[in-house]
Design a protein around this ligand. Structure first.
Ligand SMILES: Nc1ncnc2c1ncn2[C@@H]1O[C@H](COP(=O)(O)OP(=O)(O)O)[C@@H](O)[C@H]1O
Ligand SMILES: [Mg+2]
Length: 564
């Protein structure tokens, strides 16, 4: 004989419910803090207790969203106009500005507004249990800036299941209007990891060591940037990326502009070839050879102007104009492949041999750059090539980097398949407006021939000064920040870093302290704190081949510790 059980008794009290032997105590959110870290719920929810979290989200059509934001901005403005609401001027300013920012984001469709219902329900076998746990949850929420609320005499409305229309009656503190980012931050298992199929491993999440893979070739720009103070691990990180790229796509061509001469041994170990500018090993690159622009002589003339201005920053306007005229003539009427002797002849023809300009060009005839006067003899056929500038005087580095960038750019355009060009110490090219513009142009154009740049520099600030630098930064699909001693308000705003991120970067740990680099990656819209870690064979290979920076860096000579 069977007997059906009676339905569980339900007891309703002002602040909790009992169903059978289970107590249910709801908690609502009265107010959100202005900023929360992604995945914060994963950190405040207990792992050892049962707790129910319900989030329902309804998209607000964008026309309504814009109306809402417009209204919020108008309210803030009206209150500001009347002298603020009891001295809350600063808060109102923030409200107005964020309504404005959000309005723009909604109009651009990078954010949307959501009507979000959120409730926590603490479950437990006794009433004191659930009440104590609810109090602790409320305290944890308030520690990160939330204000919570226990619905009194509204428990039933708080616990109703959602009816999918978002029209059911709910207590105050249940509904919120949040932008997409705010809604995304509520997902309790803050999984920001990226796993792009076919991507390269760039690091392990600092929070839980989950690996992050990014596929450079699947995005509109194939170029990335790595910024960090000397010794932060930029060159090492870039070399790891090169190794891992070649491992996945062995036919990837690689060219490296290596101001400090750190990569030569690595390049040779990969079967590549090295051109050493200071002593001519590996052959000469004739900076005037129009092969780099595939014979486009007018474009070549412009690039020659750029490189010479980097070499002679003190040129007066009339000298610069005279030099431009000589260069233009050289490519209009000169030999197919001009050399510096031809350029100097042009200048002497036009101005005589005693002008300052003619004297400056002596450097190619009898001075420190005379090795550059002649036809190109370096014709590396290897897929990995580096140009080593070690030994070049500091004031000539921007010039050398510019014509080698021109050469490397021509080489990228000429080859099939994926190509990477690493430019280390790129701040040297940000010293002059014209070289910075050239670098920006290269970054913008290389994507058309399946090539990407890896730009390494000490501080992103170097590129924030001029429009060309900012354009360059905007065209990097991924940007990694290693330790940066100071993050300016401008850099923070430009990269959309949170206050916490900007405060963390000066404290990001260095490889000589930990054996790996701590970094913050900006990949598309994501911000990922990652450890840049090499496997043992990678570490041994790079340790044996990647040179240490020459000169000034005293640094520690102790072997870095390994392991997370
Ligand atoms: N991710 C890493 N894991 C282990 N060692 C590293 C790592 N990054 C850098 N190093 C070591 O730290 C030192 C400085 O790194 P480097 O890449 O030359 O810094 P940067 O180019 O930023 O000046 C080098 O000796 C390098 O081998
Ligand atoms: Mg370096």
């Amino acid at each position: 004989m069977t007997r059906s059980r009676p339905p569980p008794t339900t007891v309703e009290a002002p602040t909790w419910w009992r169903v059978g032997r289970s107590y249910r105590a709801p908690l609502l959110v009265r107010q959100f803090p202005p900023e929360v870290p992604f995945g914060f719920l994963g950190r405040i929810l207990p792992t050892s207790e049962t707790l129910e979290l319900m989030i329902e989200a309804h998209r607000i059509p964008s026309a309504n969203a814009l109306d809402l934001l417009h209204g919020a901005k108008a309210v803030a403005e009206a209150e500001l106009a009347t002298g603020g609401n009891r001295g809350q001027t600063a808060e109102l300013e923030v409200e107005r500005a964020s309504a404005e920012d959000l309005g723009r984001a909604v109009a651009r469709r990078t954010q949307e507004l959501w009507k979000v219902g959120i409730r926590f329900v603490v479950l437990g076998p006794t009433r004191p249990h659930v009440e104590a746990r609810r109090t602790r949850l409320s305290e944890r929420l308030s520690a990160i800036g939330f204000r919570s609320r226990v619905p009194r005499y509204e428990v039933r409305e708080a616990l109703l299941p959602p009816d999918l229309s978002a029209a059911e009656p709910r207590p105050q503190g249940y509904w919120h209007t949040l932008p997409t980012d705010g809604l995304a931050s509520l997902f309790p298992f803050g999984d920001e990891t990226l796993l792009e199929p076919g991507g390269t491993l760039i690091g392990l999440a600092l929070s839980d060591a989950s690996p992050v893979f990014v596929d450079r070739w699947s995005h509109a720009s194939h170029s990335w940037g790595i910024f960090g103070t000397t010794g932060a691990g930029k060159s090492f990180a870039a070399s790891l990326i090169l190794l891992r790229t070649r491992w996945l796509r062995p036919d990837t061509s690689i060219a490296i502009l290596d101001p400090l001469g750190e990569y030569s041994a690595l390049v040779e170990a990969l079967g590549g070839s090295v051109i050493r500018v200071a002593d001519g090993v590996g052959g000469r690159l004739n900076p005037l050879d129009p092969v780099t622009t595939r014979g486009d002589r007018r474009e070549k003339a412009a690039r020659v102007g750029t490189m010479l201005r980097a070499l002679f920053p003190s040129l007066r306007d009339e000298e610069a104009a005279e030099l431009d005229a000589a260069v233009t003539q050289l490519y209009d009427r000169g030999p197919d492949v001009p050399t510096f002797r031809d350029l100097r002849d042009r200048v002497v023809d036009r101005t005589g041999s005693s002008t300052r300009l003619a004297t400056l060009l002596e450097v190619f005839r009898s001075g420190s750059l005379r090795a550059l006067d002649g036809l190109t003899t370096a014709r590396p056929t290897e897929t990995v090539v580096s140009v080593d500038f070690q030994g070049v005087p500091d004031d000539q580095l921007p010039f050398h980097l510019t014509y080698v960038l021109d050469w490397a750019y021509g080489r990228l355009a000429d080859r099939t398949g994926g190509k990477l060009l690493l430019v280390d110490e790129a701040h040297l090219l940000a010293r002059h407006a014209t070289t910075e513009e050239f670098l920006d142009r290269v970054v913008r154009h290389v994507r058309h021939f399946e090539a990407g740049l890896l730009i390494l520099s000490q501080s992103p600030e170097d590129f924030l000064v001029r429009p060309a630098g900012r354009s360059l930064l905007r065209n990097l699909y991924a940007t990694a920040f290693l330790r940066i001693p100071e993050v300016s308000a401008e850099a923070r705003a430009f990269f959309g870093l949170t206050g916490a991120e900007a405060e963390w970067l000066p404290r990001a740990r260095l490889p000589r302290e930990t054996g790996y680099s701590e970094s913050l990656w900006r990949v598309g819209e994501l911000h990922l704190p990652l450890a840049i870690v090499a496997s043992t064979p990678e570490y041994e290979f790079l340790g044996a081949t990647l040179g240490r920076p020459r000169a000034e860096e005293g640094g520690s000579t102790a072997a870095p510790k390994r392991g997370l």
